[in-house]
Design a protein around this ligand. Structure first.
Ligand code: F6R
Length: 609
């Protein structure tokens, strides 16, 4: 959804901006650009392609100046061209801006500006902002930006510099995320924390309709009417190392391997003497918790798959009825929720626009919202009644991996907590179930240390055009997640289905060219039935790759390939079973010479609806 970063200080701005932009590239990578002020002149360099590709043509870091803004684009209005890349200038070339968001009334504003003599050089919605600021400029860039913003409808995270006031960096936010980073004799603006983490961990989250004026050793935050606002400084506890590849070829692979650590951190301090210690974080009274008679979980994409696993856990163990909603659909229906319903919102980024809108819809109906979020201080965490954080650390690869398993762990903890409260499980049983959870990080390590078979399978099947992923019960969402991972990073068409549903249509696709991945771990519910489903595929010459419980000899007799996962509870098998599927997607993508960290057309943080 585009990434922006801005710098003002004593250092040369360009290298800091480019390095920061590389950490934001997961937000958009169809084009990139930078603008600095050198000797009272605005300089702009931009082009299409990924930052590394552009750097081969343009010496971005060579640009002089101690103030600047930069942008990586995920196109919304206007195709991917050099002209449409940001920064955008006004007619005079004195004002330069970068923008993340959508200006909804840009067409009408553009017509007016053209009538007033403004010349446009791109077909973006963004460029109108530069010209509007120019129209309002009277020697005060802060005021001009404020007056321009008053005419704008839509979402924006905005960075503005002006050659006539080279000691000021202006920032503004409405609906798109934007933070200020506060350093020593230098200040930053950025779409997300990893961009500035190397320089400072002190950040301020701008809210809607807030603006900031940054100088190298000061900052001032105001509302859209110019009233001063005091805001809390948040200290981020992420280690800047986590935002580096640390020897891995891609962030996706590094993040897959970080899962044992992510789970350990997520559990840290939440289990004490066999009890689940999340009551304080939940911030709901016993009475509020007791009256929950139904839970609705809203989320998108991978987080939505986590929600489906959560539904299984909560209904199975806590005996609370659960419904799962696509956040994007929830607000456009008339959801039947009331004060006895709890809404849970799941989001890695905490900035997904659809999920944020769903939360607002729930709150309008007086329903409490608990969110499961990975990014501290993000919009979703701020707007929820309480937050259960996943401590997966920054997730930079576009395809979500470690955040997903951390979400499942939080859902499991919440389930056991509610099971205790609702007395659907006794204390002994809860302790026993927690013990199995504690073993997961070690079991994950074992799984991650032995991935030769997955690599071999990917080498054989990397050129296939289609794949099916099948699973039942708690592993049906894992089938969906496996299919999503494969399609988003390798561009192979993949579908996930409940294994038994296959007979009702998808089985028509099976022939000798179709790889079918079964999540077929041992359980008392459906294991035998899944074996039957595998036989159905084999009878039609399909290729069967089974994710099975270690030591399962029966499945080895019928599947073409078996990837074993360590023994655990059925309900926790989903957390282990997804790991080989993440690795499979990763290896297939790299075998096809694709960059799994930056799949085409995708952006990590979807901040438009
Ligand atoms: C897929 C993926 C997306 C996100 C979705 C929601 O790998 O990452 O499907 O899960 O865009 O994002 P969050 O969790 O940040 O709300």
């Amino acid at each position: 959804m585009c990434g922006i970063i801005g710098y003002i200080g004593n250092s040369k701005a360009a290298p800091i901006l480019i390095e920061g932009l590389k950490r934001l590239e997961y937000r958009g990578y169809d084009s990139a650009g930078i603008s600095t002020i050198d000797k009272n002149n605005i300089i702009v360099e931009k082009d299409i392609g990924k930052i590394n590709e552009i750097e081969n043509k343009i010496n971005f870091s060579g640009l002089d100046g101690n103030i600047g803004i930069s942008h990586c684009r995920w196109a919304t209005h206007g195709s991917v061209t050099k002209e449409n890349a940001h920064p955008h200038l006004d007619c005079s070339g004195n004002i330069s801006i970068v923008h993340n968001g959508i200006i909804e009334n840009f067409s009408e504003l553009k017509q007016k500006l053209i009538k007033n003599g403004h010349k446009f050089s791109s077909s973006t919605d963004t460029e109108v902002i530069a010209h509007l600021i120019e129209d309002n400029y009277n020697g005060d860039i802060e005021k001009a930006t404020r007056n321009a913003l008053k005419q704008i409808e839509g979402s924006y995270a905005l960075g503005v510099i002006c050659s006539k006031e080279p000691d000021k960096l202006i920032a503004a936010r409405n609906e798109s995320p934007l933070i200020l980073g506060l350093g020593k004799d230098e200040n930053f603006i950025a779409s997300d924390v990893p961009a500035i983490l190397k320089y400072t961990n002190k950040v301020i989250y701008l809210e809607n309709n807030e603006m900031a004026v940054l100088t190298k050793n000061n900052y001032l935050i105001k509302d859209i009417n110019g009233n001063k606002i005091n805001k809390k400084i948040v200290e981020i506890d992420w280690d800047s190392e986590l935002a580096e590849k640390s020897g891995y070829e891609h962030f996706m692979l590094k993040e897959i391997h970080e899962q044992p650590r992510a789970i350990t951190e997520t559990l840290n301090g939440r289990i004490e003497n066999g009890n689940i210690n999340i009551k304080e974080e939940l911030n709901l009274s016993n009475e509020e918790l007791q009256k929950i008679s139904r839970i609705v979980i809203v989320a998108c994409g991978t987080s939505w798959h986590a929600a489906l696993v959560g539904e299984f856990m909560l209904e199975e163990l806590a005996k609370i009825p659960v419904e799962i909603e696509y956040a994007s659909e929830f607000r456009y229906r008339n959801p039947v929720i009331n004060e006895n319903t709890l809404v849970i919102a799941i989001s890695q980024s905490g900035e997904t626009a659809d999920t944020l809108s769903a939360i607002r819809e729930a709150k309008k109906r007086n329903t409490k919202v608990v969110s499961i979020v990975n990014v501290k201080g993000s919009s979703i965490s701020r707007e929820s009644d309480s937050v259960l954080y996943t401590y997966a650390g920054p997730e930079i690869g576009v395809a979500s991996t470690k955040a997903f398993t951390a979400q499942l762990v939080v859902l499991y903890l919440f389930t056991l907590f509610m099971s205790g409260l609702k007395k659907s499980l006794d204390d002994e049983k809860i302790k026993e179930l927690l013990e199995k959870l504690r073993k997961l990080p070690l079991q994950m390590e074992t799984l991650l240390n032995d991935n030769k078979e997955i690599k071999r399978i990917s080498d054989i099947y990397k050129d296939k055009h289609n794949a099916l992923f099948l699973g039942r019960g708690v592993n049906f969402p894992i089938a969906l997640e496996g299919a999503l991972k494969l399609k988003e990073v390798s561009y192979i068409h993949a579908e996930g289905y409940p294994a038994a549903e296959m007979k009702h249509g998808p089985i028509a696709l099976i022939d000798k060219n179709m790889p079918v991945v079964f999540i077929a771990t041992k359980d008392i519910y459906t294991y035998k039935k899944v074996l039957g489903n595998i036989q159905e595929i084999k009878a039609r010459d399909g290729i069967v790759i089974a994710i099975a419980t270690e030591g399962d000899e029966e499945i080895k007799k019928i599947a073409d390939y078996v990837i074993e996962i360590p023994k655990t509870l059925y309900i926790l098998s989903s957390i282990l079973a997804v790991i080989p599927l993440q690795l499979l997607a990763y290896y297939v993508a790299t075998d096809r010479n694709l960059d799994p960290d930056k799949p085409r057309n995708l952006s990590k943080s979807v901040t438009v609806e």
